[in-house]
Design a protein around this ligand. Sequence first.
Ligand SMILES: [Zn+2]
Length: 159
Amino acid sequence: MAKIEKYELVKSKLLYECPHCRFELQSKLKEAGKSDSCPSCNGLFEVPGVAHREAYETELAAIDQKKTQGKEAAKEARFQKQEQKAQQNRDKHAAAEVAETHRVAQAKEAAPLDQVTYLHNMDAKLGDIRLMMFLIFALIVLVTILSCVGSGLVFMQGR
Ligand SMILES: [Zn+2]
């Protein structure tokens, strides 16, 4: 079968001449490598452009693969997002449960805790009152001693 070396590729169409009668022919790029016959002289030949077709197909495959990868990545991202959301919900639920448990425990302890606080506060107040009373008492004693000393001095001077 006649091979054709010379051809042109214009917008995925192969332009070439019949190797037998030089009739101008054109084929689609995807037909490159297939056998065909000239409509003018019926001579058989192999459609040229196999290298171009293979390069084109490789490119298409790469684009396809990229698309597939993109889709898979998007799918994975969606899945991860959903999983994250689910995890957040689980965390929220767990946190709510912990909070509820905590609240119940606090409610149980609330009364005794309040009593303890109350007694503690009362204790502090009583301590304050005792300190104040002691200070007043000390002041009275001091004033008494001073007045005693003062009147003693007046008495001694008067003599
Ligand atoms: Zn021909």
